[in-house]
Structures are given as structure tokens and as C-alpha cells.
Write a protein that binds this ligand. Structure first.
Ligand code: SF4
Length: 346
């Protein structure tokens, strides 16, 4: 059972022993946990869209060659349940194009695992919402990257804004919690205020945003799509203004704003999160390419051990420090590689 830490009463500790003393001894707070508190699981790299800002390089018919099949995915779901992981996000690519998406969601949900589903909304309809509402859903997160078809479609070629709005309504009509996310680019940042208003009207309880990540396709198209400093200054002003106007109806989630600030926080207190790639590999953090385990060959306990060891590994920590210092280096984050001296993930 969790109790408050005596050294820092704002923190909770989950096991006997003092986390702060552990940290002073070169340990991290996650070393006191037997399993992750959160698994972010990319079910596939494939997507029905090919957005310009995509950090996972997703596109139609572009799954990884070695993605988990239905049986391997179910074995991983069983391992997650066995390890009492309380919270899982199913994402991609687009998770709803995965034929066994509902099998995994229903297995996890019926076992009591709380779920977040991240979708582009193009195929999320009333039937999907009806099925999911029987599960412990923390949120359905839908991307709203524009408030007119013209702007939305320029960033998400071929996507329908009307379908995305319909998906948001399907979520709310089923009584499910809706989160909206907005990825700012040079193309859509001027519509931020309208998207915030739209998200509120659609009944979102949270609006997520932050600086565009320079990973994947976004990195390749960076000069074309990255907002300028002046764009960001106006955007942040808008966020702060809107937050004060409507903060009791919708939470704003934009801190840390840039991925570098998030990495800095993680250096001080690593997240209790496993980021699972579609082939079962597990990344240490999104902005660097190091992989600390392979869930096809290792149990979740073994991968959790390697993940925690990665946060004490000087090579990994140096790479994170470099990623904090130079955003351009994030462009290599999808070139996955084993951590030197930690054994190859093949
Ligand atoms: S940003 Fe999301 S919806 Fe767009 S291509 Fe990438 S995974 Fe698909």
C-alpha cells in the first residue's frame, strides 16, 4: 500500500524503504517498483493516414516487417495483467486498423487495467464507442490539428475533419472521457484558439499540446512545418489566456512544453513507463533510439529490470543529455539500437 515519503511529503512511495535515501545512493525511485505503472503500446506502425508531422513515420500499408501477431500480442497482454500494470495506452500508428485491437483492449479492460486509446478518429464510430464503454476507459484521445478542412487536411492529407468531429461526438455520446490533442505546425498554429473552443464544445475534459517533436517524418519536413519562435510565443500566450477563461471546464496539459524539458525532468525522476514498439521492442525514451528490451523474448519483469538499469547507464544518460542540448539530434530517434554493453536486441 502506498504511503507518503517522510523526506518529501508530496511524494508517495509504494514499497517500504525511503525513495529519497535510495536516490541519494544512486538509485532512482523506479527501482522500488516491481513493475511499470504505465505501458504505452504501439500496436502497429501502419496508419490510414500519413500526416506531415508524424513522429512514428506511419503511413498506409507500412507496418514493421516483424510486428507482433495476434498470439504474441495476447501473450504480452497476459504478461501485463500478470504484472498488475495499472494503466495501458493503446496507440500506433492507428490502433483501430489492427485486427486484434478489440481483443487486446477487452482482455486488458476486463482484467481491470485502465485504458487510454489514442486514435486519429477517422474510423472511430458509435459501434467502437459502444464496445469500449464497457471497459475501464480513462480516455479516448483524438487529434484535432485544425479547425477547417483546408488546414486540417494540409497537415493530415486525405483525412476528414468531419469524421474526426463525429468521432469526438461518438466518444461523448457513449459517456466516455474525451481528450483532444493538438500538434502545432506552421500550417495550423494560427487556428489554435478555434481548436481549443471546438474541443470544449465537443466536451473534451482535457486539451493536450506542446512543441512539435522533431522525430520521424516531422524531422524530415522540419523546415517546412516547424513553427517559428514568434508562432510559439503567440501560441503560448493563447494557451495561457484560454486556460484562464475555461480552466474549470477543460484541463490544459502543455507542461513541460518542449520534449527537452520533459527529458530534463526524467533525468531527475525517470518515468515508470515502458514504451513498447510494434515488434515488442521497448524504447528507453521517445527522443533517442536506444532499446532496452524485447518482449517477444523476455518477460515483462526482465524488460523492466533492463529499463531501470538503462536509467543508471552512463551511455544512455549521455545520449539523453545530448538530446536535451540539441533538438536536431532527435531526428535519429527512430533508428533503434541496443544499448552498448547491455547485449544486443535483434
Ligand atoms: S500522426 Fe497519428 S494519424 Fe498521423 S500518420 Fe502518424 S500515427 Fe497516423
Amino acid at each position: 500500500m502506498a504511503s507518503r515519503c517522510r523526506c518529501s511529503p508530496l511524494r508517495w512511495r509504494l514499497t517500504p524503504g525511503c525513495i529519497c535515501r535510495d536516490e541519494r545512493a544512486g538509485m532512482n525511485w523506479i527501482d522500488s517498483l516491481a513493475a511499470p505503472l504505465f505501458v504505452s503500446w504501439q500496436l502497429t506502425r501502419a496508419c490510414d493516414l500519413a500526416c506531415l508531422h508524424c513522429c512514428t513515420d506511419s503511413a498506409p500499408n507500412k507496418p514493421l516487417a516483424d510486428e507482433l501477431d495476434a498470439d504474441a500480442a495476447m501473450r504480452l497482454a497476459e504478461d501485463i495483467v500478470r504484472h498488475d500494470v495499472p494503466y495501458v495506452m493503446l496507440c500506433g500508428g492507428e490502433p483501430l486498423i489492427v485486427p486484434y485491437f478489440f481483443d487486446i483492449a477487452e482482455y486488458l479492460g476486463r482484467a481491470g487495467v485502465k485504458l487510454k486509446i489514442e486514435t486519429n478518429g477517422q474510423r472511430f464510430d458509435a459501434a467502437a464507442a459502444e464496445r469500449l464503454k464497457r471497459l475501464p476507459i480513462r480516455s479516448i484521445q483524438i487529434s484535432l490539428d485544425g479547425d477547417t478542412q483546408d488546414v486540417y487536411g494540409r497537415q493530415r492529407p486525405g483525412a476528414s475533419l468531419a469524421k474526426t468531429h463525429a468521432a469526438c461526438r461518438a466518444v461523448r455520446d457513449a459517456g466516455l472521457p474525451l481528450e483532444v490533442t493538438f500538434a502545432p505546425t506552421r500550417m495550423n498554429i494560427h487556428q489554435a484558439e478555434a481548436v481549443i473552443a471546438r474541443a470544449r464544445d465537443l466536451g473534451a475534459f482535457r486539451f493536450n499540446t506542446g512543441a512539435l517533436m522533431r522525430i520521424g517524418r516531422a524531422a524530415r519536413l522540419w523546415p517546412r512545418i516547424a513553427p517559428s519562435e514568434a508562432d510559439y510565443a503567440r501560441f503560448r500566450e493563447t494557451l495561457h489566456r484560454q486556460q484562464h477563461i475555461i480552466d474549470d471546464t477543460m484541463q490544459f496539459c502543455h507542461d513541460p512544453f518542449a520534449i527537452e524539458a520533459g527529458l530534463q525532468q526524467s533525468l531527475g525522476s525517470p518515468p515508470a513507463t515502458l514504451m513498447v514498439l510494434p515488434n515488442g521492442w521497448v524504447k528507453v525514451v521517445a527522443a533517442i533510439g536506444y532499446v532496452c528490451g524485447d518482449l517477444r523474448r523476455m518477460t515483462l519483469t526482465e524488460v523492466w529490470d533492463s529499463y531501470r538499469a538503462a536509467w543508471r547507464n552512463e551511455t544512455v544518460l549521455d545520449a539523453i543529455r545530448r538530446a536535451i542540448a540539441a533538438e536536431a539530434g532527435h531526428a535519429d530517434a527512430n533508428t533503434w539500437q541496443s544499448i552498448p554493453d547491455e547485449g544486443a536486441v535483434t
